[in-house]
Design a protein around this ligand. Structure first.
Ligand SMILES: Cc1ncc(COP(=O)(O)O)c(C=O)c1O
Length: 439
């Protein structure tokens, strides 16, 4: 059997209706911004392979760091032991975040980074004698992963109907999306903040934590808010003593133009969740960073107050070595300056493309550019995305629309010529498919 036949016989793919999905495409090589298929075709990866890749595929420096580490020590238990890549990466992360964020707890993926943060916040209140804190607050529309706690906080993303009965208590508060040329967002923000105040007046002393994706809600349709709005919400939470968890799983490591999105909002959360780009997108790795107040609430003379959580592959040395190498590349390659150039090119393109019929809500932050097609609310179930995706594929572009939201998110290494090719190809596709969404 060839690769696809073998895959079809034995594999179950994520987020896929296995009966109707077309056969998966075998990828044999990846380099820079490109993926190379078994049949010789090349695709520009405009989704960073589920938002993980940072500097480009198969970057030789990250590949070499992983190879060196694999030859030295591939993995070791992380309870009672440590190693250089884990310690060095934690140091770099802490130095890049505002104080008092100071303690790095490693896990394997974005969902576990969130799960760990929720559990830390929950146990923090039990360790400090306030067990009445029995619910979480989160933005409507947020997506935080597919484990149980992460599903509960991301419940309004609409993915989890079969699991409804199994989720912990979460109260959702409004998120205010905005886009280029949107003049009315301050009014919408004021209304949302008044609603949030009312929720806090009634419930603040029951809230264990507030969780949010900072500046961009990824999976709910690359919806972006103003830094001022995020800051106003975070300040309200912290004024009431509610710990704030920022989920930087997608936004972290340069995606929004700064190393972390929280920098643009000028806020210091109590817990931060990191994954995806933490290893440059090479290996599964995650970190939950806690402030000293939370960390110290777990200290004691016996195991009683300790955080009883861990994974077999916690702080895997290969992933951490990739993370250390990726951090160095931010300096060596001027990654944030590259992302700034991508942003400028995307804004110029959005100004053009937003004039096409049915194309609306142009928005851009860091390396992300997004538009909404047809009905101007993000609609994950809109079928237009599949048609746009298929037509882009014929143009040599990997894009992954979310319903009627189409976005570009290239790795930082993409050349100006490659980016222009992707933008031009997508514009062509939008002209061809306009009859599906433009009335
Ligand atoms: C903001 C955010 N949090 C958490 C996750 C979950 O990460 P993972 O898929 O690695 O579990 C994602 C994944 O897309 C995400 O975008």
């Amino acid at each position: 059997m060839n690769i696809v036949e073998t895959d079809r016989a034995y594999v179950w793919h994520p987020f896929t209706q296995e009966r109707t999905a077309p056969p998966p495409l075998p990828v044999v090589r990846a380099s820079g911004a490109s993926l190379f298929l078994e049949d010789g075709r090349e695709l520009l990866d405009m989704a960073c392979s589920w938002w993980v890749n940072v500097h480009g595929h198969s970057h030789p420096k990250i590949a070499a760091a992983i190879a060196r580490q694999a030859e030295t020590m591939e993995h070791v238990i992380f309870a009672g032991f440590t190693h250089e890549p884990a310690a060095r990466l934690a140091e770099s992360i802490v130095n890049a975040l505002p104080r008092p964020l100071a303690r790095v707890f490693y896990s394997d993926n974005g969902s576990t980074a969130v799960e760990v943060a929720l559990k830390m916040a929950w146990q923090y209140w039990r360790n400090t004698g306030q067990p009445g804190r029995d619910q979480f607050l989160a933005f409507s529309g947020g997506y935080h992963g597919d484990t149980f706690g992460a599903m509960a906080v991301g419940r309004t993303s609409g993915y989890y109907a079969p699991f409804e009965g199994l989720m912990c208590q979460v109260r959702h508060v409004p998120f205010v999306s905005t886009w280029l040329g949107d003049d009315a967002c301050e009014e919408r923000e004021a209304k949302a903040l008044a609603e949030i105040d009312a929720v806090l007046d009634a419930n603040a002393d029951r809230c264990a934590a507030f969780l949010a994706e900072p500046l961009v809600q990824g999976a709910s349709g690359m919806n972006m808010c103003r830094p001022e709005f995020l800051r106003a919400v975070v300040e309200r939470m912290q004024a009431r003593g509610i710990p704030v968890i920022l989920d930087e799983v997608m936004t972290g490591f340069g995606r929004t133009g700064t190393l972390f999105a929280l920098e643009q909002a000028g806020v210091t959360p109590d817990l931060v969740c990191l994954s995806k780009g933490i290893s440059g997108g090479f290996l599964p790795l995650a970190a939950t960073v806690a402030n000293t107040r939370i960390y110290e609430a777990f200290l004691g003379d016996d195991f009683h107050n300790a955080f009883a959580h861990g994974h077999s592959f916690t702080a895997n040395p290969l992933g951490c070595a990739a993370g250390v190498a990726s951090f160095a590349l931010f300096e060596e390659e001027g990654t944030l300056a590259r992302i700034k150039r991508i942003n400028a090119a995307n804004r110029a393109w959005l100004a053009e493309v937003a004039r096409l019929p049915g194309v609306g809500r142009p928005r851009a932050l860091g390396s992300i550019a997004a538009i909404t097609l047809g009905r101007q609310e993000s609609d994950y179930h809109a079928s237009v995305g599949a048609a746009v995706k298929a037509a882009c594929f014929k143009q040599g572009l990997l894009i992954r629309p979310m319903g009627n939201v189409v976005y570009l998110m290239p790795p930082a290494c993409i050349s100006q010529e490659e980016l222009a090719r992707a933008q031009h190809g997508l514009t062509q596709v939008l002209r061809e498919t306009a009859r599906l969404y433009a009335s």
